[in-house]
Design a protein around this ligand. Structure first.
Ligand code: HEM
Length: 465
């Protein structure tokens, strides 16, 4: 665990010699997951390289990651890739910086306090149960698509409540899919092709953003005219900063779109990957089902059940270790700083990769193995703080982390209570790193097996689900 100290700081860290950065760019664009791990294995805890005409630093030691996220947080700005997201998210919490971010973070935190998150659990269960109501025994579905459908409905319900019709949700879903696709696959996003340049994808993206704007501005206007409500949007509408100022319509729009995009896709991936892992590890799946059946019997979960489901929490944590939905997090140094004994100049891009660090054998023996018990108190004790950071850390830690864990717990317990998923033969998980860590192509196909029809045991009462 000892780190090599350099005193005085070294001017450069080791890394691939590629002065123009062309070879790096090719690997970055085509094979990021393998490439980043190779770089860390070959060059060590801080790797320096050139891309897009700038110096980049891959930082993989937990102590150095903590320095970037916590100690030097004040001089760390949004990285170049996150800035590209502004095209859809505007200046919401994820994409803003400085005083605007500080003010917004304070205003928004009131919507994420534990009491409120417990309150959202009911809606999460209601919407999930309705979504799973469409499942049929023996049906074949695409895991990611199914999970995305439900988490999007949860996000729409919790964020906008009764103000959103089914048609509105579908409009948002279609537009979000185009926006996601844009950031996932397009040369327009990587090469920062200007918005006005008329490629088909650019046009589709502009249309999708316009549709979302129309819908959200309409909802905001309706809510401002109507009586105050104590739901998520209600909290944001009434939140006041120290000077008594509230958010403008534009700011509310940016925050709502940010929460929608940041909130539903990541949780859907967490669930899709977890169900995939359970289908490959029947022993873990049986133990998880036994825990859930023991706590719930046939009833639906409530927020207070979270504490009684420790194995479920371990399963989710282990799933995010192997397949972190946010697989990399970036920063831009706003001043010269020293990280891991290396001088990192102002303007450099800093990459912190959950994908790389969560598979580092120094912290996780047998790193490729799916072993939820590595999260037992005894085994997890002594793990360096930033060896595992699926939600980031420091002042910019994911504001939705408890929301996500609550939602994933409610959804997974409802699914595993009643269903098993069986991977169709011949399918392997092929990952596609984009803003999030997605599955390549249409995603994994699974067969749904309803327990009540195939297994003996407590039966679900439809009235309670
Ligand atoms: C499994 C689910 C999730 C994962 C893995 C995840 C991961 C992350 C990570 C790693 C960051 C930090 C980015 C950075 O340091 O630059 C982040 C930030 C953020 N997340 Fe999440 N997230 C999840 C769910 C959610 C949910 C459910 C919401 C909202 C309802 C949400 C909203 C946000 C926002 C607004 C930020 C920006 C915070 C800031 O910069 O102040 N996330 N998320």
């Amino acid at each position: 665990m000892t780190q090599i100290q350099h005193d005085p700081p070294r001017p450069h860290a080791p890394g691939p010699r590629d002065r123009l950065g062309a070879r790096n760019l090719v690997r970055f664009a085509t094979d990021q997951l393998a490439w980043l791990r190779e770089l860390a294995d070959r060059y060590g805890d801080v790797v320096e390289l050139r891309m897009f005409g700038k110096p980049w630093f891959l930082v993989v030691h937990p102590t150095d990651i903590e320095d970037v996220m916590v100690k030097h947080a004040r001089v760390m700005g949004r990285d170049a890739y996150t800035i590209v997201l502004q095209r859809a998210l505007g200046l919401g919490l994820l994409t803003s910086d400085g005083d605007l971010w500080k003010r917004q973070r304070k205003l928004m935190s009131s919507a994420f306090v534990p009491k409120r998150i417990q309150g959202y659990a009911d809606a999460m269960v209601r919407v999930t149960s309705a979504g799973l109501g469409a499942w049929r025994d023996g049906e074949v579905v695409t895991l990611h698509q199914e999970m995305s459908r439900v988490t999007m409905e949860v996000a729409a319900d919790v964020l906008f409540g009764a103000g959103v019709s089914r048609r509105d949700t579908e409009t948002v879903r279609d537009a979000m899919e185009i926006i996601n696709e844009f950031f996932a696959n397009s040369p327009e996003a990587i090469a920062r092709v200007p918005e006005w340049f008329p490629t088909p994808r650019n046009r589709r993206m502009t249309r999708a953003v316009r549709q979302i704007d129309e819908l959200i501005f309409r909802i905001i206007a309706e809510r401002r005219r109507g009586p105050a409500r104590d739901d998520f949007l209600g909290v944001l509408l009434s939140a006041q900063d120290d000077d008594g100022a509230t958010m403008s319509d534009r700011q509310l729009r940016d925050e709502a779109v940010t929460l929608f995009l940041a909130g539903h896709e990541t949780t859907a991936l967490l669930l899709a990957h977890t169900l995939f892992l359970l289908s490959k590890h029947p022993d873990v799946e049986r133990r998880l089902h036994a825990e859930i059946a023991g706590v719930l019997g046939g009833r639906a979960p409530v927020a207070a059940d979270v504490k009684a489901l420790p194995y479920l929490e371990r399963v989710l944590k282990e799933s995010m270790r192997l397949y972190p939905p946010a697989w990399t997090t970036g920063r831009e140094a706003n001043e010269d700083v020293v990280i891991g004994g290396t001088r990192v100049p102002r303007g450099a891009q800093i990459l912190l990769s959950q994908w790389v660090v969560h598979r580092d054998p120094r912290w996780f023996p047998n790193p490729e193995g799916f072993d939820p018990d590595r999260w037992s108190d005894e085994r997890a004790a002594g793990l360096p703080k930033f060896a595992y950071f699926p939600f980031g850390g420091g002042p910019r830690v994911c504001i939705g982390n408890h929301f996500a864990m609550m939602e994933a717990t409610m959804m997974l317990s409802l699914i595993v209570r009643d269903w098993r998923v069986e991977l169709l033969p011949g399918q392997t998980l092929v990952l596609k790193p984009s803003v999030t860590l997605r599955q390549r192509g249409p995603g994994l196909r699974v067969r749904l097996v309803e327990r009540a029809r195939h297994e003996l045991g407590p039966r679900r009462s439809p009235a309670l689900s």
